[in-house]
Design a protein around this ligand. Sequence first.
Ligand code: G1P
Length: 275
Amino acid sequence: MKKCLFPVAGYGTRFLPATKSMPKEMLPIVNKPLVQYGVEEAIDAGMVDIGMVTGRGKRAIADHFDVSYELEHQIAGSEKEQYLESIRDVMGKASFSFTRQVEMRGLGDAILNGERLIGDEAFGVVLSDDLCLTEPGTDGVMKQMADLYQQFRCSIVAIQEVPDHLIHKFGVIKGEKMKDGLYQVTDMVEKPALEDAPSNLAIIGRYILTPDIFDIIKNTPPGKNGEVQLTDALLTQARKGCVLAYKFKGRRFDCGSVEGFVEATNYVYENIYSA
Ligand code: G1P
């Protein structure tokens, strides 16, 4: 699997005013923008064709994955050049394509906008607000999922258990346990009230999708909040065939919220940056 899609058109209202003119995906966790963490995770899984579904006001993302001649000329040969190492490495390994979501009609719609970039093959999806970190030397979350895909050949959603008071923020699955940490999805609901939640297993922003999802999305009516929900399309796919839910190994930070962002910043500073 070579392709990974990044829906990056969202507004990031929870971070205003910081995100008024800057994409939320460019918020740094210590010294690296959120979206670069996601791209590095995809590359580690062998997904080197990166597709981004962007929107207005998001050009900084495309610029980040391009050379900056003036800057690079200025610091060439100086000790500051080392700070560009990680992004140069990413640019050397992956290629980037961009398409725009003209109207914000939900995550399902964003994914559908990526159809031309993906074509007829299975692909990864990273929601870069969800920063997923694993122990050094172990597989990243996308790699764990790509390996599972090789075995089962169907769509996979990443899940984790969340406490009751947070359940309404997520897509929530119900599944039959196949083995430790792996479920076959039988039901899923987007952002249910606690009393309607089918379990405490919440979808985290990592997916592997088979390409039949595009036609399913085209036939999926707007759902929760009037948006075309990927969760609804995945439920259709689960009923027709098979969708798996995988309790990944690693830690997830909700960097779309200020609390999660600060927690991630402290964690990365202490455990990665200063280590
Ligand atoms: C999206 C999905 C939701 C999932 C969540 C993970 O929601 O719609 O099912 O649980 O990502 O972060 P969002 O948080 O973008 O509203």
